[in-house]
Write a protein that binds this ligand. Structure first.
Ligand code: NAD
Length: 462
């Protein structure tokens, strides 16, 4: 049995793990990365990238439909699911090749097998033909999460998709019920509705996307309903019955009525559970089902760090990467922490939702003295030119100094625009500074300027 020694061993090759491995190598450490599946993890292979590629198709389909009212007609539209999925696979492959190249450049040894941490410093990897034992002075756990499957009556006999399997669906279903109206649920609803699939969302909360502010949920719900997506909130799934190739979903509605939905496909999107079995032997201190870490991303064992979904908190790829960078720096002897004040949160539906910093509810809860301005996009030239005027921009700033605390935007391309208020929060910028900056006209970004100018009582259009 061979024993290979490294200064840093990273378990998991997603956006937390591979970024940590590259950073540790750049800091001069000898590094091994263990990944049982494809490099890039959930984000690249079964999450962010496939969903955004297919959402781009949805956007184009929607634009073609909308263009009829502008006097542009294309004739009947046809879809090729296989070509759409092939483009999605090509995008994934290109990015995966990029990661592979970066790991080679960093002289990182990649082990493609199941890793198990036996004890601090000792990891076994089950490869196709043999087992290897690795020694790691420091270990970074980046094992991510998997789709949660709730214990609904009948679920074990029923066929259903999760975000792990939906991106390889073989044919466009005649109907779809999405259980869970969170981020995965609403993004996938937009994809399938654009393919003319009647979609129903069953959400147990009183609104969809409960992780965002209520007014964002409301604006999105209005748009989804226009796309003929049915939304059932305050609704419980009581039982699922497989009937040949179809499923009957028994629900209890908000009014307490028992109803049945008959569908050809179910997508389960009720959250994600952390993958902790690879290091169960360690008996690390936990925070519920998640690994407990301190601000340095260190676990209860000082030689072991953990990053990304396995630690709970924000289950976002960019947060996992930021944590990976910090864990690598600290594993290499540094003293870094992650700044969570300005984590951009993006939902790539149409319209898009993007937010950063505090929500109004959080500002209130923290007892902060704040003032809010909301600018609707109905008066924004670019939004009207684009025929996408449903959105708005909401700005929250501290009353005393005008420091920007949080921004919420709903509308076209706001997932890109949110970088501007993120930079302001990062640099502790104020509404005066934002209002003194020339913004290009016509742009959706002007709504940020308008909100700031209005906040200090100097608005022109608001
Ligand atoms: P989520 O937590 O966003 O939403 C799950 C939803 O399911 C919630 O609204 C919840 O109330 C509902 N729910 C739970 N149990 C239910 C039940 N039995 N019946 C009906 N509804 C039920 O989780 P998700 O959508 O699965 O996404 C998982 C994670 O992935 C999230 O943390 C999200 O941040 C991340 N993600 C991010 C993006 C992005 O950044 N654009 C995209 C997709 C996923």
């Amino acid at each position: 049995m061979l024993v290979n020694s490294y200064e840093v061993v990273v378990l998991g090759g997603g956006p937390g793990g591979y970024v940590a491995a590259i950073r540790a190598a750049k800091l001069g450490k000898t590094v091994a990365l263990i990944e049982v599946r494809e490099l890039g993890g959930t984000c690249l292979n079964r999450g962010c990238i496939p969903s955004k590629t297919l959402l781009r198709h949805a956007e184009v389909i929607e634009t073609i439909e909308k263009a009829k009212s502008w006097g542009i007609e294309t004739g009947d539209m046809t879809f090729s699911l296989s070509k759409m999925l092939a483009r999605k696979d090509a995008v994934i492959k290109q990015l995966r090749t990029g990661i592979d190249h970066l790991l080679k450049q960093g002289k990182i040894d990649v082990y493609n097998g199941v890793g198990k941490v036996q004890a601090a410093g000792k990891i076994t990897v089950q490869l196709a033909d043999k087992e290897e034992v690795l020694q790691g002075e420091k270990i970074i756990l980046a094992t991510g999460s998997r789709p949660l499957v709730p214990p609904i009556d009948g679920i074990e006999e029923a066929a259903y998709f999760t975000s792990d399997t939906i991106f390889d669906i073989e044919k466009i279903p005649k109907s779809m019920v999405i259980i869970g109206g969170g981020i995965i649920g609403v993004e996938l609803a937009c994809i399938f509705a654009s393919l003319n699939v009647p979609v129903s969302i069953v959400e147990m909360n009183d609104r969809i996307v409960p992780s965002e502010e209520p007014e964002a949920s409301k604006a999105l719900a209005r748009s989804l309903k226009k796309k003929k997506i049915s939304i059932m909130t305050n609704t419980k799934v009581t039982k699922i019955e497989q009937q040949g190739a179809r499923q009957l979903i028994h629900i209890e509605t908000a009014q307490g009525k028992a109803e049945t939905l008959d569908t050809e496909a179910i997508l389960m999107a009720v959250g994600r559970a952390p993958n902790t079995s690879a290091f169960a032997e360690l008996k690390l201190e936990m925070d519920g089902p998640f690994v407990k870490v301190d601000s340095a991303m260190q676990t209860s064992d000082p030689t072991i760090y953990a990053v990304g979904d396995v630690t709970g908190g924000w289950q976002l790829a960019h947060v996992a990467s930021a944590e990976g960078v910090v864990a690598a720096a600290n594993a290499a002897g540094g003293k870094q922490t992650v700044d969570y004040r300005m984590v951009p949160r993006c939902v790539y539906t149409s319209p898009e939702i993007a937010s950063v910093g505090l929500t109004e509810a959080e500002a209130k809860q923290q007892g902060i003295d704040y003032k809010v301005v909301r600018v609707d996009h109905a008066g924004n030239g670019r939004a009207l030119a684009q025929d996408e005027k449903e959105g708005f921009t909401k700005l929250i700033a501290g009353t005393q100094y005008g420091e920007i605390l949080g921004v919420l935007m709903v509308g076209p391309h706001v997932t890109e625009i949110i970088a501007e208020p993120s930079a302001f929060i990062h640099l502790e910028g104020t509404v005066d500074e934002l209002a003194s900056m020339i913004h290009a006209h016509p742009t959706i970004t002007e709504s940020l300027y308008e909100a700031a100018a209005s906040w200090i009582g100097k608005g022109v259009h608001h």
